[in-house]
Unconditional design. Sequence first.
Length: 308
Amino acid sequence: YSFCTLLVGRRKMLLAVVSGAVLCGVREELVGAALKSPELVGGQRKEEWLQMYTEGGIIEDPVGGTWSGSGEERSRFWDMFIQGKKIVLIPEYEDIVDEANHVVVRTLNIQTDLYGWSILNVPLHVKYEFKPEDGLKLTKLQAFWDASESAPLSSSFSEMPSFGLGSILALKQIYDASGVMWLSNYLTNISLHNCGPSARDKVQQIFAGDGSAAVFAESAAVAYPLQGKTVPANTATLKHEIFNVHSSGAFVSFSIKSPSTTEPTSCTAEKGEECNANSPLPKAGAGFVKFISPANLTIEGIELYIVD
């Protein structure tokens, strides 16, 4: 065996090589760059985290919420949502890597310790878009999650008061960093500007094979980034087994079952990503349906990351 070492910031990732063929390449660099973000969050290393983004790098977390598209806004995003919190990203499936377009898609649960009172669990898909020049820097981070699916890790009734207090403290942190108008707009966006259950139901109908449920805009197309092709939406075969369906803004995101898809390992915030360290993660694809708006469920476009 031989090995190579990929340096991502201060982190060394040891990449095994099979049959003497070095596996260091674009894929590993992209995965390493995506993993760097939660590493810096976990270490509360704000300045290094800010340096991950291009000058105009955008954070949409959640998609449909208020964008952060400048250095000042990204710094404020950290102060509102990350500063002082223990945040663990737990992968459910193997990361999807689109080498040609410098994109990584992750299927995760984010578990946030609310100041020791409770742990908030949010299931989501995260899409990282990188610019390859001058090292891999983020041009866009999109987190697809629905506020209605956010819940305490423990569903015990006795935990509800602690969860309520932790949530109030989290809102206070946002208020302290941004003020009442920003907080009001944020809560309005994540609660009201969401295509919601009707869009999720429509997407599930479409991918179950009910073509009559799909209403496409005239220019709508279906992109298959991993296969390097795009086809008109009204000619695409859209029957796939989908799960992990989330609505976020004008989007619905979902996982796509592949021949090798199995149930993910059950993880907790205490175990973190280490719970999957001894066995490979199962594979699953991912998809994103974009509607014209949360109120207009005409489909503007679809991206399908189909994996073997």
